[in-house]
Design a protein around this ligand. Structure first.
Ligand SMILES: Nc1ncnc2c1ncn2[C@@H]1O[C@H](COP(=O)(O)OP(=O)(O)OP(=O)(O)O)[C@@H](O)[C@H]1O
Ligand SMILES: [Mg+2]
Length: 296
């Protein structure tokens, strides 16, 4: 794998830097530039402290005031070097599966719920190419509806039928499991055929830093965990995505990129989402589940 020439784009603060070479080379160059910027930042901070100190000690005395003023001018004119932080921008390109059947799913008088019905009978259907958004208040049954459609839980009555040749990618609302794996292990488990290089590069493309990649999933933030789960989703072929509030913990960059990728996606999408800004220009249909609720 080391001989493979790869181009990895990595956002490092505001500068887009281009790295040509294999992953080790990429890491090496990235780390080197990072430590150079850190050194420059530290040097400048020290210089600022020295100048301020000089000004404070000398501005009051007539004999040294001019020197103090010129140091102050230097301070005022200084271009500040920002403290380096790692802010890699994600790219989410979904692997496209084969063509699904025309019908994706159809519900026939489906009543969802656990002990009590959460909904009136629901009759909806989805065809290939649709990008449907489901909205509705918290606790109304959106997640339950997705699970009932997929057949993961039974409905109270009625039925949900899935179409043919579906390659389904499911993004759950919350992380499952104890998160005791590192991100590396988590992706390796999902794609055992990947080399270490491929696992690291897949995670890095989703906006995770080397530090995150080697950490246990459990200790990551909600947004970082979502990126690990998206990493699994995008790298497995699908022709229907079922997404349960995928933007919940994502930062602005990740949201923008996810929207771009979902607009480009050629398969069908069924997504729970509360954010019109996110689904405008992406959804072909919006279903308000409150219209079916028993809880009004
Ligand atoms: N396994 C379960 N057993 C019993 N009741 C459940 C179960 N899971 C969810 N519920 C209840 O069913 C109702 C609907 O839950 P669901 O998670 O589908 O709502 P939701 O619309 O997805 O909410 P949110 O917007 O918060 O994600 C809630 O009142 C919830 O407490
Ligand atoms: Mg939910």
């Amino acid at each position: 794998m080391n001989s493979v020439v790869n181009i990895i784009y990595h956002m490092y603060d505001q500068d887009l830097k281009r790295y040509v070479g294999d992953y080790d080379k990429f890491t090496e160059v990235f780390e080197m530039q990072k430590s150079q910027q850190e050194a420059a930042y530290r040097r400048q901070q020290q210089e600022i402290a020295d100048l301020k100190d000089f000004v404070a000690r000398n501005k009051a005395r007539v004999s040294t005031r001019n020197m103090a003023m010129s140091r102050q001018k230097k301070l005022d004119k200084m271009d500040l070097i920002e403290k380096p932080t790692e802010k890699p921008k994600p790219t989410f390109n979904f692997l496209q599966g084969g063509l699904s059947g025309k019908m994706i799913f159809e519900t026939k008088d489906l009543v969802i719920g656990y002990d009590e019905p959460l909904s009136q009978p629901i009759n909806i259907m989805m065809e290939r190419g649709q990008k449907i958004v489901i909205e509705g208040a918290n606790g109304i049954g959106k997640t339950t509806l997705l699970k009932s459609i997929m057949g993961l839980i039974p409905g109270i009555s009625g039925k949900a039928e899935l179409g043919d040749s579906l390659e389904l990618g499911y993004f759950e609302q919350e992380m499952t499991g104890d998160g005791d794996n590192t991100c590396l292990e988590e992706i390796w488990q999902e794609f055992p055929g990947y080399s270490q290089y491929e696992v690291r590069s897949a995670l890095s493309k989703c906006g995770l830093t080397t530090k995150h990649i080697e950490s246990k999933v459990r200790v990551l933030s909600g947004g970082e965990q979502a990126k690990v789960r998206l990493c699994k989703l995008i790298n497995r072929k699908s022709n229907i995505l079922i997404l349960d509030e995928p933007t919940n913990h994502l930062d602005v960059d990740a949201k923008d990129e996810l929207k771009r990728a979902l607009k480009e996606y050629k398969g069908s999408i069924l997504m729970v989402c509360h954010e019109p800004d996110f689904y405008d220009g992406l959804a072909t249909d919006v279903i308000d589940l409150s219209e079916y609720t028993t809880r009004l």
